[in-house]
Each structure stands twice: as C-alpha cells, then as structure tokens.
Design a protein around this ligand. Structure first.
Ligand SMILES: Cc1cc2nc3c(=O)[nH]c(=O)nc-3n(C[C@H](O)[C@H](O)[C@H](O)COP(=O)(O)O)c2cc1C
Length: 267
C-alpha cells in the first residue's frame, strides 16, 4: 500500500484550517458566554463612578463606610430620563434601556450643535439625557447626578457631576474615561484636585453656569472664589476643556432647563 505523504500541501492545509476552525469556535463561544458578565461589570463600574461623584464611595472602593455595596447604594437613586429641550421627564423612555451616548450618535435622536453653542466640542447633542436623583424621606431632592462629557486635549472626557439639594452647589465630580496624559491632564482623577469641587458654586447669582478653572484662585471668602477650581498644572487645554464641558451641561442646552424645573419644584 502506498504511504500517504503526511507533509503534503493538502494535509498541511487540512490541519491549518481545522486548527483555525476550532480556535474560532472557542473564541466565539467564550465571547458569547462572557458577554453577560462583561455587561454586569460595565454596569457596576458605571454605578461606582456615579457614587464616587456623589461622595457616597471613595474612588476604588466597592463598599461604603456603613458596609453598603455598590448596588445597594445605587438603589438609593431614582433614575430618570429627561427631555433636555424642555426639562421635562420623558415618561415613555425606560431609563434601564436608554443609552445616552448612542442617541447622541443617532441623527434622529440628536441635533447638530452650531459652533457658538458647542463649547464642549460635542458636535451633536442628544435630545434626552439621564439623571440620577436621591431624595430624602420627605421627597426633597438631596443629590442630583448628571453625566457630563466634552473634549479635553487628546479626546473626550466622560464623567459625572453631582449637585447638592440646593441645585447650585457641587457635591463632587468624577471622570471615568479620558485620554489625557497621566500626570498632566490625567490629574482630573487626582482626589486632591477633585476635592476642590465639593462646595463649589456652579451658578452665579443670575443663575448662569459660572465654573472657572484658574491659575490662581481669588482670595479666600471672595465672591469670585466660590466658582473657582485650580487649573491642572501643565494642562491648560484639559483644564479649559473641563471648564467648558461643565458649563455646557449646566446651561440651557444641557440640563439647565431641567435643573430650573427641579428648583421650582416642578420636576
Ligand atoms: C507629551 C505631552 C503630553 C501633554 N499632555 C497634555 C494634557 O494631557 N493636557 C494638556 O492640557 N496639555 C498637555 N500637554 C501640554 C500641551 O501640549 C500644552 O503645552 C499646554 O497645555 C500649554 O499650556 P500650559 O503649559 O500653560 O499648561 C502635553 C504636552 C506634551 C509634550
């Protein structure tokens, strides 16, 4: 009987194709099987960032001083979708299904911003935005957390801004995704810099967004200082980006109309 040549081109191809096939099946099965776990982790991470901004968790922690976990703490929030154009709740949109960033990319659910409007360099603005509200036992809003985003130097910064019950004073800010340089623009994550946001007055007396990132803050006790945060050293462009994005989302183009309704007790 003639010996089959095991090193023939045909044999090599069959082995190579079989290995590729088995490997691709394994990768596909793993990708499908791991998807729910990845999604659960993404959600947990998002919730953790909201809680950090609201001062309910320290960065990197997954339990509060009282021993409450991320999901337990997050359950204290009422999650709503708001029509940014009117400031009214969009009762027909399920917050659990709503993807704000995806709607910003969808021409039918967003609009192009003009150059003058687009201080945060978003290009498009979604019609609806999500809000996270914590109320006290009497139903008064204690904390409001808003998603914020805007251009830094190297890319878009994504974060959450938490506001106290007066809807004027910041509770904190947390950026969870950005492309700024570690040690320069990346210092947006620095807890010492972030601490300056607690107690910051976000609006001036006329109700206009008034956050400023400055090289030298005005003297202690002055009116101007209430709105000021130190610029990040060596990162003028990131600092300008943070100032612009916060003021954008607090303006009437962002959550301004909604915050005004909340202040008036209409939301
Ligand atoms: C490698 C490298 C990384 C940089 N990263 C940042 C950054 O993340 N954010 C920023 O605002 N500037 C960054 N800069 C500096 C800017 O290019 C620019 O010089 C600076 O923002 C100018 O203002 P300043 O030096 O007064 O802060 C970087 C520069 C270099 C060379």
């Amino acid at each position: 009987m003639p010996q089959r040549n095991r090193d023939s081109i045909g044999n090599i191809l069959i082995v190579a194709i079989s290995v590729c096939l088995v490997a691709s099946i394994l990768v596909s099965v793993a990708a499908v099987a791991l998807k729910p776990a990845q999604e659960a982790n993404r959600l947990l991470n998002q919730r953790q960032n909201i809680l950090v901004a609201a001062g309910l968790l320290a960065p990197g922690q997954s339990t509060s001083a009282e021993g409450l976990g991320i999901n337990e703490l997050f359950d204290l929030f009422d999650v709503r979708v708001v029509d940014l154009r009117t400031g009214e709740y969009a009762e027909d949109i399920d917050p659990a299904e709503f993807d704000q960033l995806r709607s910003a990319r969808d021409a039918s659910r967003s609009r192009r911003l003009s150059g003058d409007e687009d201080i945060a360099t978003l290009r498009r603005l979604e019609n609806y935005g999500i809000v996270y509200l914590m109320r006290d036992d009497a139903g008064n809003v204690e904390k409001t957390v808003l998603p914020v985003r805007g251009m830094g130097l190297w890319g878009t910064l994504f974060g959450y801004l938490a506001i106290e019950g007066d809807l004027v004073t910041a509770e904190g800010i947390a950026f969870y995704r950005h492309q700024e340089t570690p040690g320069l623009g990346g210092e947006v994550e620095n807890p010492r810099w972030r601490a300056q946001w607690e107690g910051l007055k976000l609006f001036d007396d006329e109700g206009r967004p008034a956050v400023e990132l400055v090289k030298t803050r005005a003297p202690e006790g002055s009116d101007a200082r209430r709105h000021q945060v130190d610029m990040l050293a060596g990162a003028t462009l990131t600092s300008r980006g943070v100032e612009n994005l916060v003021n954008f989302w607090l303006s009437d183009l962002g959550y301004g109309a909604y915050l005004e309704k909340l202040r008036q007790g209409e939301a």
